[in-house]
Design a protein around this ligand. Structure first.
Ligand code: PMP
Length: 415
């Protein structure tokens, strides 16, 4: 009998013994090509030697130096490095441990700095499981079910998921911007709206890229009404989409950016990055925490940023992502059970449908299990559980993309 909580269900049935680059090796010695990367976390692959060395070296010097008690070098250096790779005005960093915590910090900052209560989130977005972040999350009802009422002051606006509406992207964007204006006229006065929060690509909600025209419309309204634009880059950041930041695809820069997952190659670390003047408008005592900016995590993040730069992993994500997208489209063309292929860089997904074209969660589970049988680890997402996602580490090369596609193709034949 396992003593682990029964509510934590593993998607693959694999018990990992170790990780090596693109592979997970289980306790029986079986090797799996890992196209999950720990939900988009192990950006440099499992146990990259440079990251391992940095963690080992730091562990011999200082493991924990609680940041409201003392400063330490990895903390200061990482704040500097993270500002340097962020848009110029995002020059002040608050560190925490998880994506949810950084989202909570952004909520506190937005409310404090604007003096306004309301936050707009977009339908299908995922921002975390803590109660404030869960109030912004509408990717799947299970995150909210049985827990409501959640934090007040959250208004959910439609997201331009064109294929779901059965419209062109242009029509979906126009509709969603009109609906947002209608919300301003009927639900939340812009004067009491602190911020809006959006993922550059809907992640848990189904890997749907945010149309650039929508982001431009949002930014224009933020500027007009003095609201803050918060980009939740937890899943899209640090090279995942083939650009360093997901918002680079949108042609707008956020006022607050939330970073986690791929930042520290698997060590727990998140960050909220904002202009210093904005941080100064928030209230003293509103930021803190015991483990945030942990020394080992910061050392791992510094080494991760080195590897990303030295191995040109952002460009690699773009090149390999383009190749994988092509390969997935070829598989989809010959298979009516794939209803669509989408994504950016190495954040790609296919939608699994039944013979009538409806979402097919059961077949998706079979497909995932079939892939495990073929030695390929994959995750699913989407409101109806029918989206299979492909998020290999950013170090992936052509040979492994080809191998992964072949394994996936064999699993597809089994549904
Ligand atoms: N925001 C986004 C976009 C995410 O994808 C996630 C995690 N899937 C979170 C926030 C929450 O991060 P965490 O699980 O580290 O709390």
């Amino acid at each position: 009998m396992s003593n682990l909580s029964p509510l934590l269900q593993q998607a693959t049935g694999v018990t990992a013994e170790r990780g090596e680059g693109l592979y997970i090796v289980d306790v029986e010695g079986r090797r799996y090509l890992d196209f999950t990367a720990g939900i988009g976390v192990t950006s440099t692959g499992h146990c990259h030697p440079h990251v391992v060395d940095a963690i080992r070296e730091q562990a011999g010097k200082l493991i924990h130096g609680q940041y409201t008690t003392v400063l330490h070098r990895p903390l200061e250096l990482l704040a500097e490095r993270l500002s340097a790779v962020s848009p110029d005005h995002l020059n002040s960093v608050f560190f925490a441990n998880s994506g949810s915590e950084a989202v909570e910090a952004a909520l506190r900052l937005a409310r404090h700095a604007t003096g306004r209560p309301n936050i707009i989130a977009f339908h299908g977005g995922f921002h975390g499981r803590t109660m404030g972040a869960a109030a912004l999350t509408t990717s799947k009802v299970a995150i909210r079910a049985g827990l409501q009422p959640l934090m007040g002051g959250v208004v959910v606006a439609p997201f331009p998921h064109a294929s779901r509406y059965g419209w062109s992207e242009e029509e979906a964007v126009r509709f969603c911007l009109d609906e947002l204006d209608y919300l301003f006229a009927t639900v939340t006065d812009p004067r009491e709206t602190a911020a809006l929060i959006i993922e550059p690509v809907l992640g848990e909600g189904g890997y749907v890229p945010t149309p650039a025209a929508f982001a431009v419309g949002l930014k224009e309204r933020c500027e007009r009404f003095g609201m803050l634009f918060i980009a939740d880059e937890v899943q899209t950041g640090v090279g995942r989409t083939g650009r360093f930041w997901g918002h680079e695809h949108l042609g707008v820069e956020p006022d607050i950016m939330i970073v986690a997952k791929g930042l520290a190659s698997g060590m727990p670390l998140s960050a909220m990055v904002a202009p210093k003047e904005l941080m100064e408008r928030a209230w003293t005592g509103s930021q803190g925490g015991t483990y945030g900016g942990n020394a080992l995590s910061c050392a791992a993040a510094l080494a991760t940023l080195d590897v990303i730069e030295q191995e040109s992993l952002v460009a690699n994500a773009d090149v390999q992502g383009t190749e994988m997208l092509k390969g997935l489209r070829v598989l989809a063309a010959g298979n009516p059970r794939i209803g669509g292929v989408r994504g950016l860089g190495l954040m790609l997904a296919v939608e699994v449908v039944d013979t009538d074209g409806n979402p097919d969660a059961k077949a998706t589970k079979q497909l995932q299990a079939g892939a495990v049988g073929e030695g390929l680890l994959l995750l699913t997402c989407g409101a109806y559980g029918n989206v299979v996602r492909f998020i290999p580490p950013l170090i992936v090369q052509s040979a492994e993309i080809k191998d992964g596609l072949e394994r996936f193709g064999r699993a597809l034949q089994q549904i």
